[in-house]
Design a protein around this ligand. Structure first.
Ligand SMILES: C[S@@+](CC[C@H](N)C(=O)[O-])C[C@H]1O[C@@H](n2cnc3c(N)ncnc32)[C@H](O)[C@@H]1O
Length: 166
């Protein structure tokens, strides 16, 4: 094979990976610190029989914790490289109840969610406040991190996590 073809292919692949790394129209990739996330998820009622969504799931760490609490867990993420990595981590740890979808969180409806977790920037959180107020069923829980809903009153605030009940 021609060496210039191999180099061009390598450059293209590098660009695709780089672009995917910086994907995320509503927040850059900053992972949640995992220390107390289990406690927060439990407070949000994440357990067997519940449907959990993470909107912008990064490397999949929160979805995997929710899956370990036995919830049917789904992460939606715009960066395919992070989706790929999340799927790999779940498979490596033999976690079957964590699924990862590549796509835009605003293209999906969350009416079957019991718990949603959000760590995104202010503009996206504002849009989600309106969207989730319309779509979530009664009793569903939303958890925000660092950037919070403007009008929806939380029933609990712990560290930089706020929990809301629909
Ligand atoms: C601040 S990071 C949080 C990652 C993860 N939720 C966590 O807490 O560890 C935001 C993530 O959301 C993703 N993201 C941003 N806008 C998005 C959108 N509109 N649809 C899907 N994913 C998005 C980014 O690619 C990034 O991985």
């Amino acid at each position: 094979m021609d060496i210039s073809l191999i180099i061009s292919g390598g450059i293209l692949l590098g660009c695709a990976i780089g672009l995917s790394w910086f994907a995320g129209s509503d927040a850059p990739y900053v992972p949640t610190k995992i220390d107390n996330i289990r406690r927060i998820l439990k407070l949000g009622g994440v357990k067997k029989g519940k449907k959990f969504y993470e909107l912008g799931s990064g490397d999949g760490r929160v979805v995997i914790q929710a899956a370990k609490l036995k919830a049917d867990s789904v992460g939606i993420e715009q960066s395919w490289i992070r989706v790929f990595y999340s799927r790999y981590t779940a498979a490596k740890n033999k976690i079957n109840n964590a699924k990862f979808a590549h796509g835009n969180i605003f293209a999906k409806n969350y009416d079957n969610a019991d718990v949603v977790y959000i760590y995104l920037l202010t503009q996206a959180v504002k849009r989600l406040e309106i969207k989730l107020k319309k779509e979530l069923k009664k009793g569903a829980i939303a958890i925000t991190q660092t950037y919070h809903f403007q009008y929806w009153k939380p029933f609990k605030k712990i560290d930089n996590f706020w929990l809301y009940r629909r």
